[in-house]
Design a protein around this ligand. Structure first.
Ligand code: BTN
Length: 328
């Protein structure tokens, strides 16, 4: 019921809605409406009330929850089912568990805090409570194992385009899974797959985006390497002009991801790599790649439709790298 009250207030777009209208519309007493308003205020919503005119929603806090994303989602499959945790070990772990138990494709797991957030290559992903987007999406793509990397590239494009659209900040993509802002990492993607023989059972796509972090929220060793959307906006004195809501970012990321995912399932991997190249901060740069402990230096010249990085090495050879680490 509380959510219905909220929905009605939101649809009034900053105008007053009378208590009478709300109680008639929802078929409950005005006292009950008042109780819902009180609860919403406790959650951080600012709702003005005026004795004769009713209630007006003037501020929506940056809270994330399943209902908000499910009801306002713009995607068809991704986010139809959203599971929210105030705290969990890792959204990827939980998504893998429910995927193994057969959950629906497109199920999304989100959290405000992870106690054992994971990154690629066994690294940790740390994010302060309520400051970031920590989300995992269960996918069942119709691609081969060799093409798996395209999911990471599609997710990167979805994040970059969402941040541009909603906040106006241009991000860059660094192969294979980093998103860069002002030369620092603002988002990381961890794609994990369950495979059998040569078939993919499911993929868990994990996205960690730093939104509200301050410099001191990052571990010492990352202070110079990591950033957040709000750090950047503060530097540019834009933080008061633009409202950032994590739920809105999540909804749009899912929408854009679904568009790209449809293309992937239709076999159109080329349009994903074309978009990725547009945002790339890797291509054309001198890179030192480390693959299975071996180091190669050269220029990153392209990516293949499977998401492999093509490097023209200093010894004249050309290498296609599927995974590895880049030291630019
Ligand atoms: C990386 O940069 O190495 C990838 C980081 C991925 C972090 C996200 S946060 C949500 C999901 N759950 C995890 O434990 N990891 C991913």
């Amino acid at each position: 019921m509380k959510n219905k009250v909220l929905k009605k207030l939101k649809s009034a777009e900053g105008k007053y809605v009378s208590g009478e209208q709300l109680s008639e519309y929802l078929g409950v007493s005005r006292t009950y409406i008042w109780k819902c308003i009180k609860e919403l205020r406790e959650e951080g919503y600012v709702i003005e009330s005026s004795p004769k005119v009713g209630y007006k929603l003037t501020f929506i806090p940056d809270i994330i929850n399943s209902k908000e994303i499910m009801t306002e989602r713009e995607s068809k499959i991704l986010g139809k089912n959203v599971i929210y945790f105030p705290q969990i070990d890792s959204t990827n772990n939980y998504a893998k568990k429910i995927a193994q138990e057969g959950c629906e494709e497109g199920t999304v797991v989100i959290a405000d805090l992870q106690t054992s957030g994971r990154g690629r290559l066994g690294r940790k992903w740390s994010s302060k409570n309520k400051k970031g987007i920590l989300m995992s999406v269960v996918l069942k793509p119709e691609i081969s194992i060799e093409e798996l990397q395209i999911i990471t590239l599609a997710a990167s494009v979805a994040v970059v385009e969402t941040v541009k659209e909603l906040i106006g900040i241009g991000l860059g993509v660094k192969w294979p899974n980093d998103i860069i802002l002002d030369g620092r990492k603002v988002c990381g993607i961890l794609t994990e797959a369950s495979m059998e023989m040569d078939k993919i059972n499911f993929v868990v796509l994990g996205i960690g985006l730093n939104v509200w972090h301050e410099k001191e929220d990052f571990p010492d060793e990352l202070e110079e390497k990591a950033t957040s959307l709000s750090i950047y906006m503060k530097q540019k004195s834009q933080l008061n002009d633009i409202i950032i809501r994590r739920s809105r970012l999540i909804i749009r990321i899912l929408y854009k991801l679904e568009e790209l995912y449809d293309k992937i399932n239709k076999g159109d991997l080329g349009s994903i790599t074309t978009l990725w190249k547009k945002y790339s901060v890797t291509l054309g740069r001198e890179v030192l790649i480390s693959v299975k402990g071996e180091q190669h230096s050269g220029i990153a010249i392209d990516i293949t439709n499977e998401g492999k990085l093509v490097v023209e090495c200093t010894d004249g050879s050309r290498k296609e790298v599927l995974s590895g680490e880049i030291y630019v």
